[in-house]
Design a protein around this ligand. Sequence first.
Ligand code: B3K
Ligand code: ZN
Length: 885
Amino acid sequence: PLTIYRKDYTPPTYRVDTVEMGFDLDPDLTRVATRLTMRRNPDSRNKSLVLFGDSLELVQLRMNGKEVGKRGYTLTNGVLEIHNAPEQVTLEIETATHPNQNTSLMGLYTSNGNFFTQCEAEGFRKITFFPDRPDVMAKYTVMLRADKSRYPVLLSNGNLVEEGDLGDGRHYAVWEDPFKKPSYLFALVAGQLVCQEEKYKLQSGREVLLQVWVEEGNLDKTQHAMDSLENSIRWDVERFGLELDLDRFMIVAVGDFNMGAMENKGLNIFNTKYVLANPRIATDTDYAGIESVVGHEYFHNWTGNRVTCRDWFQLSLKEGLTVFRDQEFSADLIGTESGRAVKRIEDVRVLRQAQFPEDAGPMAHPVRPDSYVEINNFYTVTIYEKGSEVVRMYQTLLGRDGFRKGMDLYFQRHDGQAVTCDDFRAAMADANDRDLSQFELWYSQAGTPHIKADMQYDAGIRTYSITLTQSCPPTPEHAKKQSFHIPVAVGLLDRNGRDMPLTLEGQDNADNGSAQTTLVLELKEQSQTFVFTSVAEPPVPSILRNFSAPVVLDVEYADAELAFLMANDSDAFNRWEAGQRLAMRRMLALSAAVQGDHALSNAQLDEGALGNAFRATLRDTTLDPAFCELALTLPSETVVAEQMDVIDPHAIHAVRVFLRRALASTLKVDWLVAYQSNRTPGTYSPDPVSTGKRGLKNLALSYVLEIDDADAHRLAQNQYDNANNMTDRIAALSVLVNSTAPGRDAALAHFFEEFEHEALVIDKWFSLQAMARNTDVATVRELMKHPAFTLKNPNRARSLIFSFCNGNPAQFHAVDGSGYEFWADQVIALNAINPQVAARLARTMDRWRKYAPALQEKMRAALLRVASAGALSKDVLEVVTKSLA
Ligand code: B3K
Ligand code: ZN
């Protein structure tokens, strides 16, 4: 397949000023008439007019009123070219598509009988021929026509300017979007839907209409999305001075959707998973997810829509920035210092769990990639989460006010334009009069940098020096890396655990009043030494506070120092981090023991400071429960795996279960106390305090259930039977499923019956079984035969197949290779239905070279089987080819 390179970028030969579209919506055959007014780009003389089309029937093509016959254009591999077109062109294009047969969920498709579109990245070309690239921005007017009783609701971007009957049982609506936009932001929705609506007064006084559209029967599940939308609108004005620019803003929920949601101008389309919530069906995690995704899509209105990307290599320009904005939004909504830290820890966990492995594997790519085969494969954790970390580093380097100045300048310069990551960096640099040229390497070099920290205390002259040395492992396109510009936030703790005031040699701190206790060191060279003066005693260093850069920090701490940091560091992130380091050290040592065929015994737990540290955390009643939950959760199997030279999923699993059981029995009373004291009686509320308590209570429950005796079973059964919310209910069910409790099967059956008609809850039911400890490949294959299972619905496919392949490593990596065979079967089956979903699943094998030779061989065989399967989409082909390379 064809590789597209960033260096080959050329501007469009023709611009589009206006787009008028008429749709005759019919699920079997929809006709689309499009009229484009275009003009040649002055520096594109003699170049042809280029349009893209994909899986389209071209019914008619007219230019400036005359039909363009077969000889007037060429159409090869989806590229339609008209040669010798005049300077000013009006194109009229008629196309036909088959929404009912469109299982890719790109372009125009149907879901439960209603019409939806998804155009990002290149779906608009499945609707009509168009210069479908983000740097072509135009104004759209759209007329929708459809049967009135079957499709009473007709929506598109912008404002409703006209509607009426067509006589023959059909009706129409005309929508006009006042802002020019790239084609990937086009959307339409038609069908039987109902909405919750509110009039909302903006800070400026202007009133806007907000709507959340869902299928009938779901209006009792829209309030949280609506609240989240209002919070988002308010926050963007307060934090960034950005106001909603439309009179009407709509969110529509759809059950069949490839990802989380889509920021189409004024008409956001969402996976039901990120809209529908009430206490009966949604967990605390679901509530938080809805808040952040509603925020994310809303924030795109400025970062993505008003200012968009020049080309898809710049994707992180909008995605990294918008993830940063949604993370800050959620943190600000919690409001408390410890709440912000909890949010930060959660975000970093995602980065380490998913992005670090990606950055170390065969699909590693820079935040601004240099090439791709299928752009949909590049909506990755690197573009999103690492991209957000890159944006966060500007804020760390420039301060909040400096960052805001940079944002203001960015919009002042680029509103209404399609720009690049360089333009964003230039705005940050210029607004703050800073040289950020070296910072560019964060965009162009892939791989996770490592920083080694070496410390030295000189008692004679009372100085403390920290030497930071950076390196970055090779990645597919770059063997050698240049040094990054890395902000490293540092603090020093005295013997009582208090922050020392900091003075850095060669830096004048005297003029900024009170002494600082956290300094941001700027590491720019391969190795640099920073000297702190007037350090009265040897300190314990707290390095990379609040995770100030997306790097791996290597420091040699003694167990006692880690316990000290865990108990005392004023930086909550590093308190958590110290505990994780302690646990990781134990888990790696125990894994080595298991591999050396040594039996695990409780003595090995007490050898380390882990048990004591956990006890101290559990007994510290001043701690925020949400923080405790994170501090008492062991590193995941995936995160441990990344620390091993050769991944042994079975050893890691055995060790994690062993440690959990050991901690369960050693601290049994403490877990029970935590369980009882973090109950949240009364009406359910998803606020941060209650959420934190439920989190800690349910973590305590899961530890208690490791004991697996009748008392533990009763505790879980009781919680299951009496839960008044999904968080508590599913927590109880999942620990029951992992236990030998007599009520296990009955609870599973009861849960299914109770929620049979709530698709999102049935997803949980599948997913929980897929990830259960004793669920093997055969069990998953059995579950696939359940009448409620289908591969066609992405949420359902993810709930069972992805949950098993990615969330149950010990079973997936069965030594007989049956997990890999199952994976290959499903990738091949999904490829025929939905290439994007299939390619996501294909990513599961990314790290195959890290496993022991016996497993590697079987993984390679499965990859080869997929690679040689017929009719592979370029999505899947790119992933497996790069994996095998
Ligand atoms: N921009 C969309 C993602 C589109 C994915 C296309 N394969 C959602 C988001 O990031 O907000
Ligand atoms: Zn986004």
